[in-house]
Design a protein around this ligand. Structure first.
Ligand code: SAM
Length: 220
């Protein structure tokens, strides 16, 4: 199969970094080369972010793996993703939650929403719905969510996302401008919210009502 050797080497390297069996199994199945512009397909299994146009990137495989592990994904869950980008992260999560689960992935840039939708369709993922909109407001229509995965860096935790997280749910979110940290936010069964700092990361900015201002050139 095309790119199988490259994908196997990538998975081996992620295994050495301590990624869980569950996430490795999912990433083994997702053809990342179908989620990058064809000009970058030969680099699809290098562990780095790649440009997907419109000044945005597909996240590096180790970052996708890390976020999936931190989210403690389980079969049948309902997930909200902010920042569909290429659709790759959604595809990996879809492999883990299985056909009984559902993902809603919001993207603010129309061309990328179409890109993500087409990539997911070509790769055969039917339980991911890509929605065009401002994910800093969440997506109240299908709330609450078992898990929320934010793939762009916010100035602070958008309160609609906390409200739309189910009791017992987990959210991962990068926050900060320039110097960014990844946070794990947990809502206990009785609604208490805790925030744990996982460490430094680099993401594109979350642009929107509870994100950065699109008209501020420093913030993209
Ligand atoms: N998850 C993506 C993937 O697997 O390719 C990577 C996403 S990329 C690092 C971040 C994405 O967030 C970009 O496509 C960007 O346009 C999008 N974004 C930024 N602000 C947003 C917002 N307020 N709502 C929805 N999407 C947003």
């Amino acid at each position: 199969m095309e790119y199988e050797r490259e994908r196997t080497l990538l998975i081996r390297s992620l295994a050495e970094q301590g990624v869980s069996e569950r996430t490795l199994k999912a990433m083994k199945k997702v053809p990342r080369h179908l989620f990058v512009p064809s000009i970058h397909a030969s680099r699809a299994y290098v562990d780095s972010p790649l440009p997907i146009g419109h000044a945005q990137t597909i996240s590096a495989p180790h970052m996708v793996a890390m976020m999936c592990d931190l989210l403690e994904l389980k079969e049948g869950q309902k997930i909200l993703e902010i920042g569909a980008g290429s659709g790759y992260n959604a595809a990996v999560m879809a492999e883990i939650i299985g056909k009984k689960g559902q993902i809603y992935s919001i993207e603010r840039l129309e061309k990328l929403a179409v890109f993500a939708h087409e990539n997911l369709e070509n790769a055969g993922y039917s339980n991911v719905e890509v929605i065009l909109g401002d994910g800093s407001l969440g997506w109240p229509d299908n709330a609450p969510y078992d898990r929320i995965c934010v793939t762009a860096s916010a100035p602070d935790t958008p309160h609609p996302l906390i409200e739309q997280l189910k009791p017992g749910g987990i959210m991962v979110i990068p926050e900060g401008e320039g110097y960014q940290r990844l946070y794990i936010i947990r809502k206990s069964p009785d609604g208490e919210v805790t925030k744990q700092d996982w460490g430094g990361v680099i993401f594109v900015p979350l642009v929107g009502h509870h994100g950065f201002n699109p008209y501020d050139s420093k913030r993209g």
